[in-house]
Design a protein around this ligand. Structure first.
Ligand code: ADP
Ligand code: ADP
Length: 223
């Protein structure tokens, strides 16, 4: 498992500054929520960490090594879940696909995919195709795929946006359990309650161009 350092990261799109001097350190096994107004650069920041966008300034260091290109021990759950599932594969095969990168044999891949689908409440849909499912179900499939992969670093961009309230609570608790196994997680949301419930810390980005204006520990009272 890895730690993450975001060091003086800045990024512009054709001269328009989206991110400015972002500094954030995340320890291994820590979940940091990122909140901030729409357009402040949250998705851009995740893309920089994922190696999908090369930041114009600064550095991203994962597990001691500077990110250049997409790290292989990373999973991303984006807002845009419907585009991330392959329509010609069943739900189970979509979830199992990245496990090949781990060199996992086929039978184990299927078993791991089955378990992850069970965890998100979709075992009954394993043999269906993504386009046969509702948006919220597709989103759960992409979450199951990330969880089955067991990455050291998990990046989530509004991952529970289109799931119903009860499922959302179940998924939040599931996320806390994987965090407890030592996964390092960045979790973007614009729901303040959610940021506090799942986060060990909450980093607040300013209005665009986004920079970290507060980085707060969360200390929820025991129930
Ligand atoms: P957030 O996720 O906080 O809503 P984004 O990272 O999506 O913010 O966007 C930050 C700013 O950068 C916004 O002004 C947005 O319009 C702009 N932006 C994002 N992606 C691109 C892009 N590919 N090309 C040009 N501008 C972009
Ligand atoms: P199964 O035999 O259970 O369907 P596999 O993991 O062997 O599972 O492959 C499932 C399907 O995924 C196959 O049709 C294969 O062509 C397709 N496939 C495998 N790897 C990739 C990939 N990297 N990108 C897109 N499709 C892939």
């Amino acid at each position: 498992h890895v730690s993450l350092e975001i060091l003086d990261v800045g990024h512009s799109y054709s001269g328009q500054v989206a991110l400015r001097d972002v500094n954030l350190e995340v320890s291994r096994g820590e979940l940091v929520s990122i909140v901030g107004p729409s357009g402040c650069g949250k998705s851009t920041l995740l893309r920089c960490v994922a190696g999908l966008t090369r930041p114009g300034r600064g550095r991203v260091v994962v597990g001691g090594a500077e990110v250049s290109g997409v790290p292989d021990d990373l999973a991303v759950v984006s807002q845009d879940y419907s585009r991330s599932l392959l329509p010609w594969l069943t739900v189970r095969d979509n979830v199992a696909l990245p496990l090949r990168r781990r060199g996992m044999p086929k039978e184990s891949r299927r078993a791991a995919a089955g378990q992850a689908l069970d965890a998100v409440g979709l075992s009954a849909s394993a043999r269906r195709y993504p386009w046969q499912l509702s948006g919220g179900m597709q989103q759960r499939v992409s979450i199951a795929r990330a969880l089955a992969f067991r990455p050291s670093l998990l990046l989530m961009d509004e991952p529970f946006g289109s799931v119903d309230a009860q499922t959302r609570e179940e998924l939040e608790d599931l996320l806390l359990r994987v965090r407890d196994e030592g996964m390092t997680i960045l979790f973007v949301t614009h729901d303040i309650d959610e940021s506090v419930y799942v986060g060990d810390r909450v980093a607040v980005l300013s209005r665009a161009p986004g920079t970290v204006i507060a980085d707060l520990p969360v200390d929820l009272p025991a129930e």
